[in-house]
Write a protein that binds this ligand. Structure first.
Ligand code: FE2
Length: 203
């Protein structure tokens, strides 16, 4: 059974144990997570100015939009402030930074009305991150940057947590993806067939 913990104060070790058993933890905004969101918004709004980023797709040629994301996302991901704020969040929530390895934060985006659905804005099918070469011990943290609604949130499928799922992860090669990711924003039609492992039909 999956338990959802709200603003839990249990220890980091106990939390990890519960996460690895399938539980989900939700935390209210903290000083560092609020700062990370403000930092992300400021980079996004600078990049899209004078347009409103949430509606920019209605006023931009799709190639320009994809190119903008191609610059914006790596800028945020590798920005020293992004990295510093992620470590602050870990510390705020009880993690011992001397014992943590963390990845730089990834910025996700999607568009509506089939404006841009491939390349840098590909909407991934339901998946396990391990199918994309994530280590089995990886713990994922998410935060919305703008308000979420039922149309742009993320779904969890807890009943599958400890159930094997047939999949085609054999098609994925992380080294190949790394060698092509820099040009993902040039793919406006899906012609490059960005490989996205998924469950096999019938699962
Ligand atoms: Fe994922």
């Amino acid at each position: 059974m999956t338990v959802i913990h709200l603003d839990s104060t249990i220890s980091d070790d106990e939390r990890r144990e519960r996460l690895f058993a399938g539980d989900i933890f939700i935390y209210s905004p903290s000083a560092a997570s609020t700062a990370l969101v403000a930092h992300a918004r400021s980079l996004i709004e600078d990049a899209f100015a004078p347009l409103d980023p949430e509606h920019a797709q209605f006023a931009m040629p799709v190639a320009d939009y994809a190119n903008l994301l191609g610059r914006l996302k790596p800028h945020f991901i590798h920005h020293p402030t992004s990295k510093a704020l992620v470590s602050e969040i870990i510390a705020e929530l009880g993690g011992d930074l001397a014992r943590y390895y963390f990845d730089v934060p990834k910025m996700r985006s999607s568009t509506s009305d089939n404006y841009l659905t491939s390349g840098i804005a590909l909407a991934f099918p339901p998946h396990r991150d391990t199918w994309y070469s994530a280590p089995f011990c990886q713990i994922n943290w998410w935060t919305p940057i703008y308000g979420i609604t039922r149309d742009n949130g993320m779904a969890f499928f807890p009943k599958y947590f400890d159930t094997p799922i047939a999949n085609n992860s054999e098609v994925y090669n992380y080294y190949k993806w790394n060698s092509t990711r820099a040009t993902a924003h040039l793919d406006l039609t899906g012609s490059s067939q960005r490989v996205a492992p998924s469950a096999r039909p019938g699962q």
